[in-house]
Design a protein around this ligand. Structure first.
Ligand SMILES: [Zn+2]
Ligand SMILES: [Zn+2]
Length: 231
């Protein structure tokens, strides 16, 4: 994903988002793999999140995971029947018509008939389906060749460009090697622990880990052998 130009985001959850730990974990897992942000403002997750299969332990598709995180649970349909018998189940629609997109600004929860009515919107090049909020792009078929590009770490001014597209969302973009460096720091610490327990040398620890040592929960050091002997 990173090699395709994915950016590592850390989104802040709005207060209306679902507080269910499972929902938040789904989003976190999706987020840690990076997102591809297109010049059209769409945000695409890693491919594995585009489907909901039995192996995903009930996890819905990416856009629903995003909807839960940013906007909360999808309300169930009212008991009222539509006057013409149209389908009223509540669904999450894409205002951009791109099924994989997880940008919460492109997602809206609405009755199924409205969702369906958005299809084939924009024959004359602008939203004409009559739905509110309006579609942010006109509808294209499944195999349409979109011409938008990815904003990557090496795109000039990528932070400003992403900022303009995603205004209203709260996030930070982590450095490209964020998770790799977390892994390296953790490995270093474990190596150090191993060294320390085998040789009982503790003096370098503070110097090596500096300010990190306060945030990482360092395991309780084993009682020094010498003291034990005294007892
Ligand atoms: Zn979109
Ligand atoms: Zn429309």
């Amino acid at each position: 994903m990173l090699e395709k130009g994915a950016l590592l985001f850390k989104f802040k959850q709005p207060k209306e988002g679902s507080l269910d730990e499972t929902h938040r974990t789904w989003f976190k897992q999706m987020q840690e793999l990076g997102f591809l942000v297109s010049t059209s403002g769409c945000i695409f997750p890693y491919e594995n999140f585009s489907s909901s299969s039995s192996s995903n332990k009930g996890r819905p598709r990416a856009h629903k995971v995003s909807f839960l995180f940013f906007k909360g649970a999808v309300p169930s349909a009212g008991t009222k029947r539509h006057q013409h018998g149209w389908p009223t189940a509540m669904q999450v629609s894409h205002l951009c018509h791109r099924k994989q997109c997880i940008n919460p600004k492109h997602l809206v929860c609405e009755e199924q008939w409205k969702h369906l009515k958005r299809n084939y919107c924009g024959e004359e090049g602008r939203c004409n389906c009559g739905m509110k909020p309006k579609c942010v792009q006109t509808y294209h078929g499944e195999d349409w060749d979109y011409q938008d590009e990815w904003l990557r770490y090496d795109t000039e001014d990528y932070k400003a460009k992403v900022g303009a597209l995603l205004s209203g969302l709260r996030y930070v973009i982590l450095p490209r090697d964020h998770y790799a460096s977390v892994d390296t720091r953790l490995k270093k610490r474990l190596d150090q622990e191993r060294k320390r327990t085998s040789s009982s040398v503790v003096s370098e620890e503070e110097e090596l880990f500096g300010e990190q040592s306060s945030s990482l929960s360092s395991p309780t050091p084993p009682p020094p052998l010498k003291k034990k002997k005294r007892w």
